[in-house]
Ligand binder design. Structure first.
Ligand code: NZQ
Ligand code: ZN
Length: 387
């Protein structure tokens, strides 16, 4: 096990009807609020009205940044920064999925920076200050509700890049599983795949001597696999939605990578695909991850064999490590297909035209990943396998 530091300041407020705590959670940070939300799902569900009435009860003045896109755009972040400056905003409240939360984080940091917030994503500037923010999460997927990361798309340059800082951890996140009842089937599927992918990125490691981290990861996977199917069968199954929501948070809140060298190559590759084609992040991962697995498993087949046995319950008797590993990869592909996730880029209308560009961009700062270091030819091969 490697040395590590664990820091997570986000207060998690989890459970039924916890939106009723919103006023008291926001109040210490001020009365001038920027409410950030997406394309309207919170209006349809009635959550928007509940949030406004909670904020009215503490006498808050609310300004709004509506219309945050899935794969949130830099142009929307700019709009948010302008509102913060013009209105003297003291606190940012994100109500929605990962895209809304990520946009809110970029606004929080961008408002305290004289240059373009895009600079944070390309290493041109570090986040030195940020407005405080909080979230009401409506979709189990990214883990953004309890981490310091955000992913923003620059539509003009067709680039999708991340920023991160301990200064943009949400001060609090409200997670009421009931708020995820209205998530449509395809977004529930995307969320399941994203959560599992976050675990894969941290589980497939060459670091030895990490049984606790491995079992944490396996338990998150088993929980998602079981409860994902239950939530798809009945969108209003409270326990299934609750377990999925909590699993999503634990998959990316800093618990799983402790003392472990993590990978993240597949996320890097997927971001290049969604930067150009604007596809849902989870859909891209469902296509690419099994192909990444096939490409890299021989770096340590025993790790994939453990995955096959412990997560998919595959009987190891009479099988070599390679055979077990491949059976586990196939089980992963089959699960994604069973829940309705895509298996090929072709299903999303994506051909081979931009593979070179995507592979170039993915490795522009050098080889990616750690389980097996990937250069341009590897990335291109994985994308070709995904066509
Ligand atoms: O925009 P609205 O109308 O709210 O609708 C959204 C959106 O269309 C809808 N939705 C959300 N909650 C709902 C709902 N519809 C009905 N009922 C509800 N309760 O779902 C759609 C997708 O929302 P989005 O926020 O885009 O999804 P997700 O949470 O999967 O976020 C994806 C973004 O997060 C980034 C991805 O790259 C992508 O840009 N990621 C962020 C990470 C992080 N900050 O740590 C890590 C991830 O790996 C990921 O890269
Ligand atoms: Zn992800």
């Amino acid at each position: 096990m490697n040395n590590f530091e664990l820091y997570n300041p986000t207060k998690l407020v989890f459970g039924k009807d916890t939106v009723s705590k919103l006023g008291s959670l926001v109040e210490p940070f001020g009365k001038k609020i920027l409410l950030v939300y997406g394309g309207g799902s919170i209006k349809k569900s009635g959550l928007y009205d509940r949030v406004l009435s909670e904020l009215a009860a503490i006498g808050a003045t609310v300004h709004e940044l509506p219309g945050v896109e899935p794969n949130p755009r830099l142009s929307t972040v700019h709009k948010g920064v302008d509102i913060v400056r013009a209105e003297g905003i003291e606190f940012i409240l994100a109500v929605g999925g990962g895209s809304v939360i990520d946009a809110a984080k970029a606004v929080a940091a961008g408002a305290k920076y004289a240059g373009d917030p895009w600079d944070f994503t390309i290493g041109k500037a570090r986040i030195e200050d940020a407005l405080p923010l909080g979230t009401v999460l409506t979709l189990a997927a990214t883990g953004s509700e309890m981490n310091g990361n955000a992913v923003i798309s620059n539509w003009e340059t067709k680039q999708k890049r991340g920023l991160g800082s301990k200064l943009v951890y949400p001060r609090f996140s409200i997670l009421d599983p009931q708020l995820t009842y209205s998530v449509p089937r395809d977004q529930t599927v995307n969320g399941i795949v994203d959560i599992m992918s976050h675990v894969f990125e941290q589980y497939f490691t060459l670091t030895d001597g990490v049984p606790l981290q491995s079992r944490f990861a396996e338990s998150v996977l088993l929980t998602v696999i079981e409860n994902g199917e239950k939530a798809l069968a009945n969108g209003e199954d409270y326990e299934a939605r609750a377990n999925l929501l909590l699993a999503g948070t634990y998959a990316l809140n800093g618990t799983l990578p402790n003392g472990v060298v993590t990978d993240w190559a597949t996320h890097g590759i997927e971001h290049e695909v969604s930067a150009i084609y604007d596809i849902a992040h989870g859909a891209g991962l469902a296509i690419i991850f099994p192909n990444w697995m096939k490409h890299v498993y021989d770096a340590k087949p025993e790790r994939f064999a453990q995955f096959a046995e412990r997560v998919w319950g595959i009987d190891p008797s009479g099988k070599s490590a390679d055979e077990l590993a491949l059976a586990g990869i196939q089980a992963t592909r089959d699960y994604f297909t069973r829940i309705g996730a895509p298996a090929t880029l072709g299903e999303l209308g994506i051909g081979a035209e931009q593979l070179d560009r995507m592979a170039d961009e993915a490795v522009q700062f050098g080889p990616i990943g750690s389980f097996k270091k990937l250069g341009k030819a590897d990335v291109k091969r994985i994308l070709e396998m995904s066509l």
